[in-house]
Design a protein around this ligand. Structure first.
Ligand SMILES: C[C@@](CO)(OP(=O)(O)O)[C@H](O)COP(=O)(O)OP(=O)(O)OC[C@H]1O[C@@H](n2ccc(N)nc2=O)[C@H](O)[C@@H]1O
Ligand SMILES: Nc1ncnc2c1ncn2[C@@H]1O[C@H](COP(=O)(O)OP(=O)(O)O)[C@@H](O)[C@H]1O
Length: 312
């Protein structure tokens, strides 16, 4: 019998995010290039009398602002989805160690869900594997399928239809975290408001912007990738948090190859041309925004996977 089991899942940056008009179901069709980066969530599952979850930062401090009930916590919802129809499986307590900023546009909650799916499947030996877990992931959230699969991928639909991008190159990034989070639905609503003047067209797989990003990824060229980075949600995020314009400008002034808001923000990503360059950019970012708000990461990294299983 296993005593506990831990799994990890990565955060993401959207290298490209094209957003179409609002659909009748309230969602927006997207064309996105996701890259999984080296900030991650770790979920440890332990048998318990009842289901429960605790979320802490890497220093062991509780993380505020995250629901802990089974209707809303994404990691708990993932565990309950895997157990549906199998009441004989023992309840689990989930410990989440959260490295990814909350409501930061980097899909930390989705990574919690993906890590919990993989951890529960392995702990209970339900044998679903990635293909079996993918449909659960898509129901839990638009970004959860990518957190399962990781690496670099083009996402369409709500982001749940994924095709890997073949790139072996490593890209180095400096992240400047926001002072407070941004709500994803609020940013989409602001996108719709701004779109009243220039209505968007549905994203197309033959997009010129997609071709530019894919070409730069395959060439492993950070300068071309920097020029190709694009996010249709960026004006909406900047409209809600005007200070983001300064963080973007600071990256350009510091000599980043490219800068953009990740997803719905407010995390801003600066692309470096090497690990060394990222360290130099991080020093400048820390002087300007304070070291607590700066992270140096690289991508692509793998999707959700089991880290360790400990027997009783
Ligand atoms: C914008 C993106 C880009 O990768 O990332 P984040 O910035 O949140 O990390 C994602 O599309 C976010 O995915 P996720 O955070 O999983 O969103 P969901 O829980 O599925 O949806 C939250 C809400 O966002 C809006 N939403 C989300 C996805 C989408 N394609 N269209 C939408 O309009 C809807 O209002 C929805 O009710
Ligand atoms: N494990 C989790 N379960 C449920 N909600 C979460 C979890 N982690 C984060 N959230 C919540 O989901 C919302 C968006 O979370 P997050 O994934 O961190 O950001 P984003 O969607 O911007 O990438 C936040 O309001 C946050 O409180």
């Amino acid at each position: 019998m296993l005593g506990r089991l831990a799994a990890r899942a990565p955060a993401k940056i959207n290298l490209l995010l094209e957003v179409g008009p609002a659909r009748p179901d309230g969602f927006h069709d997207l064309l996105s290039v996701f890259q999984a980066v080296s900030l991650e969530e770790v979920v440890t599952v332990t048998p318990a009398a009842t289901f429960g979850v605790e979320v802490r930062d890497p220093q062991g401090r509780p993380v505020p602002g995250i629901p802990d009930d089974p209707q809303h916590n994404l990691a708990l919802r993932a565990a309950l989805a895997v157990r549906a129809g199998r009441p004989e499986l023992p309840p689990l307590h989930l410990d989440v160690v959260k490295e990814v900023p909350v409501a930061g546009g980097m899909a930390g909650g989705s990574a919690d869900a993906a890590a919990a799916l993989v951890a529960c499947d392995a702990f209970w030996r339900t044998g679903m594997g990635l293909p079996g877990l993918h449909p659960f992931a898509a129901v839990l959230g638009s970004d959860v399928p990518f957190a399962l699969h990781g690496r670099t991928a083009v996402g369409t639909g709500r982001g749940e239809h994924l095709v890997p991008v073949m790139t072996t190159a490593r890209f180095d990034w400096v992240l400047v975290l926001g002072e407070e989070g941004l709500s994803t639905p609020a940013v989409f609503r602001e996108f719709d408001r701004l779109a009243l003047e220039h209505p968007p067209t549905p994203p197309r797989r033959d997009s010129e912007r997609l071709r530019a990003v894919e070409t730069a990824l395959r060439a492993g060229d950070p300068v071309s990738l920097g020029a190709a980075l694009a996010n249709d949600l960026q004006p909406a995020a900047v409209s809600l948090q005007p200070g983001l314009a300064r963080t973007l400008e600071a990256g350009r002034e510091a000599g980043a190859c490219g800068v953009l808001v990740s997803g719905s923000g407010p995390t801003v990503a600066w692309l470096a041309d090497s690990h060394r360059h990222a360290l130099d950019l991080a020093v400048l970012a820390a002087e300007r925004f304070g070291p607590d708000r700066v992270r140096t990461v690289h991508g692509p990294v793998p999707g959700a996977q089991v880290l360790e299983a400990v027997r009783r």
